[in-house]
Design a protein around this ligand. Structure first.
Ligand SMILES: [Zn+2]
Length: 175
């Protein structure tokens, strides 16, 4: 009989249990041993889509090293949606401010752009801005285990715009 993971909703025959709560093997790995913390952990929202992507890759054996598995799933479990997106029922969907992402990309392509000014204008830190400009999520992809894969979410900017921005970042030596 299949049971549903209480944290991410993953249905499987071999879900493990903790405090009488069914958990998939990934969520089980990060579940705290202290009951109160455990309950908080279960209530925390996670991005089920990303976790499923992760699961797929770990099943095909790309992530067999334990440390890598721990690091990757922790990153995914803790991850907040990127600027311009939100989580809805575990899915990544465009947030009300999604058009601001395109504006940021367009503005960055302007002549004599200042990262500091652009960041300030959008209420971001310079590092936050750089992360946005390099984030493959915006063209519908997921970066996973240092590889780029096709995601299931909706892109919010065009690949052309994204590529122009990558070229400019490279030209300016922005890392
Ligand atoms: Zn789970």
């Amino acid at each position: 009989m299949k049971t549903k993971c209480a944290k991410c909703g993953y249905e499987s025959e071999d879900n493990l249990g903790k405090f009488q709560t069914p958990l998939c093997n990934i969520c089980f790995r990060f579940a705290p041993n202290e009951e109160k913390k455990f309950k908080e952990y279960i209530l925390e929202k996670i991005d089920g889509k990303l976790l499923n992507t992760f699961r797929k890759f770990s099943e095909v054996g790309n992530l067999q090293k334990k440390g890598m598995l721990a690091k990757a799933s922790q990153g995914l479990i803790m991850s907040r949606p990127p600027f311009g997106y939100k989580f809805e029922n575990g899915n990544l969907v465009p947030a009300p401010n999604f058009q601001e992402v395109e504006e940021i990309f367009e503005e960055f392509l302007k002549k004599d752009v200042s990262l500091t000014k652009l960041a300030k204008k959008h209420g971001l830190s310079v590092n936050g801005l750089k992360k946005i400009l390099k984030n493959f999520t915006y063209i519908g992809k997921v970066k996973f285990n240092n590889q780029i894969h096709e995601g299931k979410h909706k892109p919010i900017i065009s690949s052309t715009l994204f590529n122009h921005v990558q070229n400019k970042l490279e030209r300016l030596g922005i890392k």
